[in-house]
Design a protein around this ligand. Structure first.
Ligand SMILES: [Zn+2]
Length: 326
């Protein structure tokens, strides 16, 4: 009996020791001071032979007042379904650095100094990703809006990619670089658009480092330019082909992920031709769903790579890829 009690007591002591092991008080050091700075914004993956690095440039506010073809209550409901309070959607600006093995290609240049300190992070993220601006030899533009071309120059208008030649769609070039079109611009938004496109491209044009391409030109081996007009006259999608793999970088086909997958007919005031932008969006969503395209969007939540699936009722869903180790 005594033996049993002793065993029981011993068991209690061991059990108590196990239970309290996690609670033994130790001297706690203060945590290191907080970084209070965002981590670098780049995401890298291999696409066959291409190394693709998505570069985060920042995020701006897009108010639902800028959206067309839906009522404000309808828009607020769609935003609420995506946990967005109020009318403002934080909208990423993504660009892409592509190492083809032969060329280092930047697709779009971000905002640069045009839209304040919350934007224009592309350059620091490009450097953080292990490259330098001097190594970029080719810049491909999806279009010539300020958030895609502004980062090609610094605040004083100086070239930031000294060894790069810039390529724009001929239709894009002809629209934005026409003084006649600029003079005819009616809204401040459009007037500013012309100013930004002209000033950001000027030093490259002056240096004879500005070239144009046409629909279906293969701008570099494996990189095909496809005109997808509407948002702008020469809005361009780039198809990266490596073996059986395809990646479609489709620029500004979507500005608001919370609204335009559910309601592709919703356009935005930034569209030069909203009607054509809607036609183009439907067509691309249809192809992307049918052929299971991997797509990359400039204004999809960073890093903005994924698939588009039809829900069968005229609406679509965005299926972002998971971030994976490579
Ligand atoms: Zn844009």
């Amino acid at each position: 009996m005594r033996l049993r009690i002793t065993r029981f007591l011993r068991g209690l002591v061991v059990g108590f020791a196990v239970l309290t092991a996690g609670f033994v008080p130790v001297a706690m050091a203060d945590a290191p001071s907080m970084a209070r700075k965002q981590a670098p914004g780049y995401y890298r993956f291999m696409h066959g032979e291409f190394e693709v690095t998505v570069l985060f440039d920042g995020a701006f506010d897009v108010d639902s007042k800028l959206l067309l073809n839906a009522t404000q209550p309808e828009l607020r409901q769609l935003l609420a379904q995506n946990d967005i309070d109020g009318t403002v959607t934080k909208t990423a600006v993504n660009a892409w650095l592509i190492n083809t093995g032969k060329n280092l290609v930047l697709v779009d240049g971000g905002c640069g100094a045009l839209f304040g300190p919350k934007m224009g992070k592309l350059m620091e993220n490009l450097k953080a990703s292990g490259y330098t601006p001097e190594q970029v030899d080719t810049i491909l533009l999806t279009h010539m809006h300020g958030d895609h071309i502004g980062g090609l120059v610094d605040a004083t208008g100086k070239i930031l990619f000294p060894n790069a030649t810039v390529y724009a769609n001929q239709a894009e070039n002809d629209f934005w670089l026409s003084d006649k079109n600029a003079a005819a611009a009616k809204t401040d938004m459009l007037k500013n658009g012309f100013k930004m496109a002209q000033s950001s491209s000027a030093p490259y044009r002056d240096a004879k480092k500005w070239k144009t391409f046409r629909h279906k030109d293969e701008v570099l081996p494996g990189i095909l330019a496809i005109s997808i007009p509407g948002h702008t006259p020469g809005h361009t999608m780039y198809r990266l082909k490596s073996g059986e793999l395809r990646l479609f970088i489709f620029g500004d086909v979507v500005h608001n992920y919370a609204v335009q997958f559910a309601r592709p007919e919703v356009a935005i005031e930034f569209d030069v031709d909203p009607k054509q932008a809607v036609i183009t969006r439907y067509k691309l969503f249809d192809y992307a769903n049918k052929y299971q395209w991997l797509v990359a969007g400039a204004h999809l939540p960073y890093p903005g790579i994924g698939y588009i699936r039809s829900k069968g009722d005229g609406s679509y869903a965005w299926i972002p890829i998971q971030l994976l180790p490579e």
